[in-house]
Design a protein around this ligand. Sequence first.
Ligand SMILES: Nc1nc2c(ncn2[C@@H]2O[C@H](COP(=O)(O)OP(=O)(O)O)[C@@H](O)[C@H]2O)c(=O)[nH]1
Ligand SMILES: [Mg+2]
Length: 147
Amino acid sequence: MGDARELYSNVYNVLIMGPSGAGKSTLVNGIANYLKYQTLREAELHDQVTCVIPCQFEVQDDEYKSHKVSLGKAEETEENFNSLGHSVTQRPKNYYFPIDNKEFIHIIDTPGLADSRGVEQDNINLELIRKAIINVGQLHALSYCWT
Ligand SMILES: Nc1nc2c(ncn2[C@@H]2O[C@H](COP(=O)(O)OP(=O)(O)O)[C@@H](O)[C@H]2O)c(=O)[nH]1
Ligand SMILES: [Mg+2]
């Protein structure tokens, strides 16, 4: 959004943290759709769901057959997929959602804690998160995802 952000009088900074695979990036996609459509029914009428972060998951139909669902393209973002097909957020990433012409929500998605690469990667991730917080100056909400 660049300098356009300065035109907004209210910015709500929301930091999303938690272990890898807890659903942080999925929550951001959920918020994007929640803010776009007035009702679930309205969202269902659209062929495509809004996907700001690529994701992959499996669903079962009524006959218990598994179907892989892929949304968005990982190569267009810094999101990677692990061996289970889960997206892996590499560094804090900003998402901006205007609510009206005065206010917008700024969501910061973060790399997962308890990283499988060990404590050193956790320390690197925490430092990246710390810098992201300093960068925005203030937080209005902290969402901690947990499974
Ligand atoms: N059943 C279920 N699966 C979820 C939920 N949220 C996320 N997932 C799945 O959990 C996996 C990891 O989600 P992701 O958002 O990438 O986690 P992150 O590492 O915390 O960003 C994906 O396969 C998602 O589809 C949820 O609320 N319920
Ligand atoms: Mg993620």
